[in-house]
Design a protein around this ligand. Structure first.
Ligand SMILES: [Zn+2]
Ligand SMILES: [Zn+2]
Length: 374
């Protein structure tokens, strides 16, 4: 079938155009996309900083919709199911999956990097026959997409799909880092560096965990305002504050119990490290450009400080996503409030420009008006 999609033709060249989508094969489903968020990793792909050869590609990996058809050997989802897309459809068989680390699933990572589905092939092509990559096995900045069945997680009723879309990347990533990696406890101090779409979810999860104080750090005053309105106890504007480390240590009574870096730059990773108290660990969520290196004051390792990464929430999205959806339907997790812009698919270029300028939190593109608000 022919669908409209946001296609990365080459670095910097994103076009909304008609592409061909083949039917789902064994273990795959066809999803009519209701809405999709525009994530910073999409921008990294557009800018070509995640490595060579990742184009041409249909972008998008934070989406929700309705299952329209299923291929052979699919039993976990059915036609008509409302689903959120999960961009690591883990195999449940490889060494990482058996070790309880499904977000590090080996075959899922290989297919994702190759831009294919799990069988190593693509269902997408340009009208001239050129094969297209599936962005993070989701390719949901498009009217429809074919994904592995494990990448379509059924949703409970009561959560509008334009909000549910956010669960699939930003919320899973932010909440997972707080709950599965840092395991924030009530009364612990938290520093969040970078208050974009994911950083705001880190803040929300820390708030829900009872953290205090929570200090938001950004160079954009509007984002800090948003963070203060959503429960941050203090804000540090690094475009104004000349000594951010001292400010953070003062605000956290000598050093934070947890610091989350949600930017992807060595400087902000170092700031996260320096804001910690002895014995604390920084969690890096931001995705650095390929080749970037981080240098740390090594002596501080001797006071039990640590730094570690987190990938897609480092938990089990198949279990975590429905639980996050239930939190949202109960009103304990506000999704609508982090969406600063809503637009049609044609607004994708403007959304990338805002991300590049560091302006606004999340843009959600509505692919299907009728479905998105159900
Ligand atoms: Zn993302
Ligand atoms: Zn696996």
């Amino acid at each position: 079938m022919s669908i409209r999609a946001a296609v990365l033709r080459s670095p910097g060249d994103v076009r909304v155009e008609d592409v061909e989508l083949d039917p789902p094969q064994g273990g795959e489903v066809l999803v009519r996309v209701a809405a999709a968020g525009v994530c910073h990793s999409d921008l990294h792909l557009v800018d070509g900083v995640l490595g060579e050869g990742r184009w041409p590609m249909v972008l998008g990996h934070e989406g929700a919709g309705v299952v329209e058809a299923i291929g052979p050997d699919v039993d976990r989802v059915a036609v008509g199911d409302r689903v959120v897309l999960c961009w690591v459809p883990s195999c449940r068989k490889c060494a990482a999956c058996r070790a309880g680390r499904p977000t590090l699933c080996v075959p899922a990572a290989a297919a994702s990097l190759a831009g294919t589905l799990l069988d190593g092939t693509s269902r997408l092509r340009l009208p001239d026959g050129t094969s297209l990559q599936h962005g993070l096995m989701s390719a949901c900045l498009a009217e429809r997409t074919v994904v592995p069945a494990a990448g379509a997680i059924p949703l409970p009723d009561g959560l509008p799909l334009w909000q549910a879309a956010l669960l699939g990347c930003g919320v899973m990533t932010g909440f997972g880092a707080v709950r599965n990696v840092a395991r924030v406890e009530p009364g612990e101090s938290v520093v969040v560096i970078g208050l974009g779409g994911v950083g705001l979810q880190v803040l929300a999860a820390a708030k829900l965990a009872g953290a205090a104080p929570i200090v938001a750090v950004d160079r954009d005053a509007a984002k800090l305002e948003l963070a203060l309105g959503r429960g941050a106890d203090a804000a540090v504007d690094t475009s104004q504050e000349k000594r951010p480390v001292r400010a953070l240590r003062t605000l956290t009574d000598g050093g934070a119990d947890h610091a989350f870096e949600v930017v992807g730059l060595p400087e902000t990773m170092l700031l996260a490290w320096k804001s910690l108290r002895p014995g604390a660990t920084a969690v890096v969520i931001g995705i650095a450009a390929k080749g970037a290196e981080l240098s740390l004051p090594a002596l501080e390792l001797s006071i039990d400080k640590g730094i570690r990464g987190s990938f897609y929430g480092s938990g089990d999205p198949a279990a975590d996503l429905p639980e996050l959806a239930r939190l949202a339907t109960r009103g304990e997790l506000d999704l609508a409030g982090v969406v600063t812009h809503r637009d049609a698919l044609d607004g994708v270029g403007a959304a990338f420009e805002r991300l590049r300028r560091g302006e606004g939190a999340r843009t959600v593109l509505v692919l299907d008006e009728a479905l998105a608000y159900t």
